[in-house]
Design a protein. Sequence first.
Length: 214
Amino acid sequence: MIVDERFVTYLNSLDQGNTELLNQIEQEALADNVPIIRKETQSCLKLLLTVKKPKRILEVGTAVGFSAIFLKTYNPVACQVTTIENYEKRIQAARANFKRAGMEECISLIEGDAAEVLKQLTGHYDMIFMDAAKAQYIHFLPEVLRLLPKDGMLVSDNVLQDGDILESRYAIIRRNRTIHKRMRSYLYTLTHHAQLVTAVLPVGDGITVSSKLA
């Protein structure tokens, strides 16, 4: 945990919560050990949606569809959400949840490896939410930037790795060293990129919010 647990618990106690359906999907996902965006991140996304009012949203990493439904539900304007997922079991669950939410027409799920799917997408997305394999963020970025218009917003989740990002690579267990190295590279690239203004926020497991300059 990045921020003191008592502090997080208090802040979460102030949250007004989500719709009944989102609460149900969240509980089902957690029971099946499927990661869900944390409460603090949810609160931040609600604010960003209210400010940005994106008409086209791209999500990289669908899981069971919670965040796609969340993004559609709390966007104050009508929008189309496109989301990418490669894991068959989760694809089935996501489609079922989109049907439960009555959002099959406004949420498009593309099956496949995001590295390949992103290359095939055209047009621009006002907001892109990155929540897939963390070691791949840096590899997705060129295509993500291509799809992001001027003033477009990129939000990336789980960038601080429960605080491990602060550690030396030699303090990280061997199997996690690649993701540690790539995430550090991703954070450096976002914060030093000529086309982006980026804030790294210790919210949830860490998020970045980037705005494209041109």
